[in-house]
Design a protein around this ligand. Sequence first.
Ligand code: NAG
Ligand code: NAG
Ligand code: NAG
Ligand code: NAG
Length: 358
Amino acid sequence: MGKFSVLFCFRILVIFGCLGIGSAMEEEIGIYQLKNGNFTMKLTNYGARIVSLVLPDKHGKLADVVLGFDTITEFMNASSPFGATVGRVANRISGAQFTLNGTRYKLPANSGNNTIHGGPIGFSKVVWKVNKYSPEGHTPQIVFAYHSFDGEQGFPGGLLVIAAYKLLGDNQFCITMEAKALNKATPVNLVNHAFWNLGGHNSGDILSEEVQIFASHYTPVDSKLIPTGETVTVKGTPYDFLRPNTIGSRINELTNGYDINYALGGSGNNKLKKAAIVHDKKSGRVMEVLTNQPGVQFFTSNTLNLKGKGGFVYKPHAALCLETQGFPDSVNHPNFPSQIVNPGKSYEHYVLFKFSTN
Ligand SMILES: *[C@@H]1O[C@H](CO)[C@@H](O)[C@H](O)[C@H]1NC(C)=O
Ligand SMILES: *[C@@H]1O[C@H](CO)[C@@H](O)[C@H](O)[C@H]1NC(C)=O
Ligand SMILES: *[C@@H]1O[C@H](CO)[C@@H](O)[C@H](O)[C@H]1NC(C)=O
Ligand SMILES: *[C@@H]1O[C@H](CO)[C@@H](O)[C@H](O)[C@H]1NC(C)=O
């Protein structure tokens, strides 16, 4: 990885200086394209999300490797946040509540008794501002911004949020997710929730795709997918992807497929580290994911069943997600890496995607 590209990912924060405070509800929803050679990404400010990513396979044949829909209405209607920036706190918060500095915060529950993905109207379901848009040139990029109000979906304090997408050349792109707590301490866990299928969004299931996850430990969960609080070794479990293995190799040993957080180690700095590599032998496409976050959620779209782009029906395991993140339900597990951002302080999340063919 070039130092150059990493530097390009970092430090969007200066943009906060020119962030308007007006209501984002007045923003129009648009589709925006970033293009660099044969690498083309489409995005929308509805949920600051990736709509499509078209890139070549080993024979130069182009395909869209991100699941989604042909219309914004369908993105709005979908129960999963396809391609979106999820927040204020992605993943689950048990019992839809937490205590911070002696104050108990109750959130709307939207997954049984728990809150998932920031609540019923999280950041994936709001319209963001477009602060900057350069569709072509050396570093095609788009910067989305959102001003979350104090008490939005039950969370404390105002929060200024940025999600920036940049194409870096050499079939790489990065996402920078930043948030500044304005007046109260608040948990923050932003996640990009793209559903990937390196064979193409309409190529069937991902069970034959090979994955390597650079984590020796994971955080086990209960039947409601809430972490028990332990961090245990992957050794001897179907969660062991320290060596590359096909996703389907041991998926039947699990009740419902993969939906689990891996501990990547070495949190607390801005260094990018390898999280995972995915290789689809048929198309030859390879995707490498690097991040500064302490965890990554590996999810295999276990109950998917809906009509997507071009009317193609996405079935269970039609895609995989690698959501770089803080640990799920961290606000209720003091032993997990903290997600609390204090007033005047900022949250910084970087994730770099490198594509190649092999
Ligand atoms: C785009 O793909 C075509 C066909 O495979 C290839 O000839 C061309 O070199 C590619 N362009 C870039 C910029 O990679
Ligand atoms: C909305 O979602 C429901 C449930 O998945 C589906 O049955 C319906 O066809 C969708 N409607 C539109 C307009 O996409
Ligand atoms: C929610 O919590 C209540 C009280 O603990 C329990 O009776 C109920 O089964 C829970 N519901 C779900 C969907 O987990
Ligand atoms: C707790 O409250 C104190 C005093 O208001 C404040 O300085 C501090 O930032 C708060 N910390 C958290 C984690 O909320």
